[in-house]
Write a protein that binds this ligand. Structure first.
Ligand SMILES: *Cc1c(COP(=O)(O)O)cnc(C)c1O
Length: 461
């Protein structure tokens, strides 16, 4: 189809919003390694996971077999408030780059939480409500997940307790107020409310916190408070499953115009948006029906894929969660306070880790200043002020488009624009003032994190 016929924004009709999520694990020959009980080193059973997570979410977490899982009608209805998300042809960016590449982005920032995280938050809140729980606890880094979850909890009238990484709590008071407006309680982490928080504070006085610490606190509160469960905004298989709505919509929108991407790019923190975006494409690749180049983009300051170890590790600093096999920098790794809070996690989804390990996708690490240069360019030509996390994907997409300019290849690039950056203006201010720095951990910095990865037979790395 001629390019001219492809609209700037491709919207699906309301009745084309997916009615089922796609579970990429069903098509993986090498399944992601199971979560292990840190005491017995045996795979976690549904019974063992039940005190921490909602029942139906445990079932989704352990389901490696069903390729499609129905999206309950209540969730489909909520999705209608802000979905379908537009798939946008970046004509203006292409022109600015003078590239023959065709660039598309799937924009997930069209909701108050400002990111894709609402896609899973509403699902997790729904299952908690269905189980008759009083509320849920969680961690939040930059605040997007906490915001999404507080919106979802308020919709289903559930209590929501958020442990927010201290540095973000202080840097982003406005995010905190959005959460409180939706009825959530927000506590800076590490806090003195929990045993694990007090322990971390004793070991690291004055710490600015990390996602790993906040997870430990939220899990402790969930497991010691009647009628509460813990929910997590990324990393887990269930979250990737819910986020597959991104990829399913993107694929359907492209297919309407007969477009097939050559390269698919997403930023990677815990891997949920990237996992969701690529899932249906990866499914085709796994089934031998199509081939795509898939690129994960991570910050050079927190390089789980590109410099991490593929090993069983704790998901949290307090070591209260199950062990997950993933690319990890060690649960004790506390990344420098870079401005892409949503990408500051020491580990990576075990599903994506397995796919990466099997050579089915690539990864690249980019430096903060170059990410903001890309963000600025994008904002000026495409109009959307991107989140710093999303801008990692923009940076890699621009780099690929510029390679096409050199070679003259007309490749089609699809990337995930996960959210907007209105709450990240301190970061933009640093960039605009020319005082933003790039921090790349040395090998010996990373070694300290690796030293904390648990050692047991079969976990050599
Ligand atoms: C949380 C977040 C990310 C990173 O999380 P993933 O689970 O890796 O997707 C990326 N972009 C935005 C806007 C976020 O809020």
């Amino acid at each position: 189809m001629s390019d001219k016929k492809i609209p700037y924004k491709i919207y699906l009709a309301e009745n084309e919003i997916p009615k089922q999520w796609y579970n990429v694990r069903a098509d993986m020959k090498n399944k992601p390694a199971p979560l292990l009980n840190p005491g017995t080193l045996k795979p976690m059973t549904a019974e063992e996971l039940a005190p921490v997570f909602c029942e139906e979410l445990v079932a989704q977490e352990l389901n490696n077999d069903d390729a499609y899982i129905d999206i309950p009608e209540e969730i489909q209805n909520f999705y209608k408030m802000y979905r379908p998300a537009p798939l946008i042809r970046a004509y203006f960016l292409e022109k600015a780059l003078d590239t023959p590449a065709k660039i598309y982005y799937k924009f997930e920032g069209n909701n108050t939480s400002g990111s894709h995280k609402l896609n899973s938050a509403i699902a997790q809140a729904y299952y908690a409500k269905k189980q008759g729980l009083k509320g849920v606890t969680t961690e939040t880094g930059a605040g997007q997940w906490g915001t999404a979850l507080s919106m979802a909890c308020s919709y289903f009238d559930l209590d929501c307790k958020v442990y927010m990484v201290k540095v973000s709590y202080e840097q982003k008071p406005f995010r905190r107020e959005v959460m409180r407006t939706y009825g959530a309680s927000v506590t800076p982490s590490p806090s003195t409310h929990t045993a694990v928080g007090r322990k971390i504070l004793e070991a690291h006085p004055g710490t600015s916190g990390s996602l790993g610490c906040a997870i430990s606190e939220a899990v402790e509160v969930a497991t010691t408070t009647d009628g509460y469960r813990y929910v997590l905004g990324s990393v887990l298989n269930q979250v990737l499953l819910h986020q597959s709505v991104i990829g399913l919509e993107a694929k359907a929108a492209l297919e309407k115009y007969g477009v097939k991407p050559d390269i698919i790019i997403g930023c990677a923190g815990g891997g949920s948006n990237l996992g969701g975006l690529i899932s249906p494409f990866m499914g085709e690749k796994l089934r031998g029906e199509a081939d795509y180049r898939i690129i994960a983009v991570e910050p050079a300051s927190c390089p789980s894929f590109t410099r991490g170890k593929f090993a069983y590790d704790f998901c949290d600093t307090g070591m209260v969660c199950p062990l997950a096999k993933m690319y990890t920098l060690g649960s004790g790794f506390i990344p420098s306070a870079n401005h892409a809070g949503g990408l500051r996690y020491h580990g990576m989804s075990s599903t994506l880790s397995q796919l990466y390990h099997d050579g089915l996708m690539e990864a690249t690490a980019v430096e903060q200043t170059s990410v903001f240069e890309a963000a600025e360019k994008f904002a000026r030509v495409e109009g959307i002020l991107p989140a710093p996390e999303s801008s990692h994907a923009i940076k890699a997409a621009i780099d690929e488009a510029l390679k096409c300019k050199e070679t003259g290849e007309e490749k089609t690039i699809l990337f995930g624009l996960t959210g907007t950056g209105y709450f990240d203006m301190v970061a933009y201010e640093k960039f605009n003032d020319g005082v933003m720095t790039d921090y790349i951990p040395s090998d010996s910095d990373l070694q300290k994190g690796f030293d904390g990865i648990p050692k047991f037979p079969g976990n050599e790395f």
